[in-house]
Design a protein around this ligand. Structure first.
Ligand code: AMP
Ligand code: ZN
Length: 116
C-alpha cells in the first residue's frame, strides 16, 4: 500500500536513497537528513498512513510495533542509557512536513521540555 508521490514510500522502495538503520516486514528506519540531535532516526511503517489522525484500529499493532522498533534502535544506537525521545508530529501546526506517519527517535543530548 504505497503512494507514488510520497517521499517516504519512495525511500522504502529504494527509489530515493536513505541511510537505512533497520528494516523488517512492517517497518523501515533511516537517519533523518536534517538531524536535530546526535542520534535522529525516523521509524516508518511500510504501509502508507498519512498521519496519526488517519490511523485506525486496524493499525493498532503496527503502531505498537513502530514504538518497540524505536526502543530497540535506541538500544542499538546506544542512546537508551542517556535518555531518548520518540515523537510523532501530527498536522502542519505540530510541525508535520512529510505526510507518511513517522516516529522520530532523538537522543544523544539533553532534551528540553516542553518541546518547541
Ligand atoms: P516531520 O516534520 O515531523 O514531518 O518530520 C519529517 C522529517 O523528515 C524531518 O525531520 C526531515 O528532516 C526528514 N526528511 C525529509 N526528507 C528526508 C529524506 N530524504 N531523508 C531523510 N529524512 C528526511
Ligand atoms: Zn507513503
Amino acid at each position: 500500500m504505497s503512494e507514488n508521490n510520497c517521499l517516504f514510500c519512495r525511500i522504502i522502495a529504494g527509489e530515493i536513497p536513505s541511510n537505512k538503520v533497520y528494516e523488517d516486514d512492517l517497518a523501515f528506519a533511516f537517519h533523518d537528513i536534517n538531524p536535530q540531535a546526535p542520534t535522529h532516526v525516523l521509524i516508518i511503517p511500510k504501509k502508507h498512513i498519512t498521519s496519526l489522525t488517519e490511523a485506525s484500529k486496524i493499525d493498532q499493532a503496527l503502531l505498537g510495533h513502530l514504538t518497540l522498533v524505536a526502543a530497540k534502535l535506541a538500544d542499538q544506537l546506544s542512546v537508551s542509557a542517556g535518555g531518548y525521545r520518540t515523537v510523532i508530529n501530527t498536522g502542519a501546526g505540530a510541525g508535520q512536513s512529510v505526510w507518511h506517519i513517522h516516529v522520530h527517535l532523538l537522543g544523544g543530548r539533553e532534551l528540553g521540555w516542553p518541546p518547541g
